[in-house]
Design a protein around this ligand. Structure first.
Ligand SMILES: [Zn+2]
Length: 126
């Protein structure tokens, strides 16, 4: 089972004003990574099999999916964690905010407050 990890972060605005927040990260164990990788591999190869029956397009789609399968699987297997979201208080407007993050996002990261649209930097808490 993937586990969720919560780490303390800070939200900073342009003037250096900071507020505490929490960063939620999903951490994948070795078994999860293998399962996720195999799922992508077989899904991609399954799509290659289905696209065999599409006239003309199968000249591109079949080799494309056959190659994409192992490439996707290796990319997914290498990913040990996925950023989920950052929650906390905006240092500018004081609203409670939750910012959705992309799986590959790295901290520190610049983003915008969903409530007041101020530029915020998510940094590690020290
Ligand atoms: Zn705000």
């Amino acid at each position: 089972m993937p586990s969720s990890e919560i780490t303390p972060v800070q939200f900073r605005d342009n003037n250096g004003k900071a507020a505490d927040g929490k960063l939620y990260t999903t951490v994948y164990a070795s078994g999860d990574r293998m399962r996720r990788a195999l799922l992508r591999l077989f899904l991609s190869w399954g799509l290659a099999g289905v696209s065999l029956f599409i006239p003309l397009a199968h000249f591109v789609l079949v080799p494309g999916f056959l190659i994409a399968g192992p490439v996707l699987a290796v990319m997914v297997y290498r990913g040990t964690q996925a950023r989920d979201r950052a929650e906390g208080e905006c240092p500018v407007c004081g609203e409670r905010i939750s910012i959705k993050l992309e799986a590959g996002d790295e901290i520190p990261k610049w983003t915008y407050c969903p409530a007041c649209n101020a530029a915020l930097q998510i940094t590690e808490s020290n």
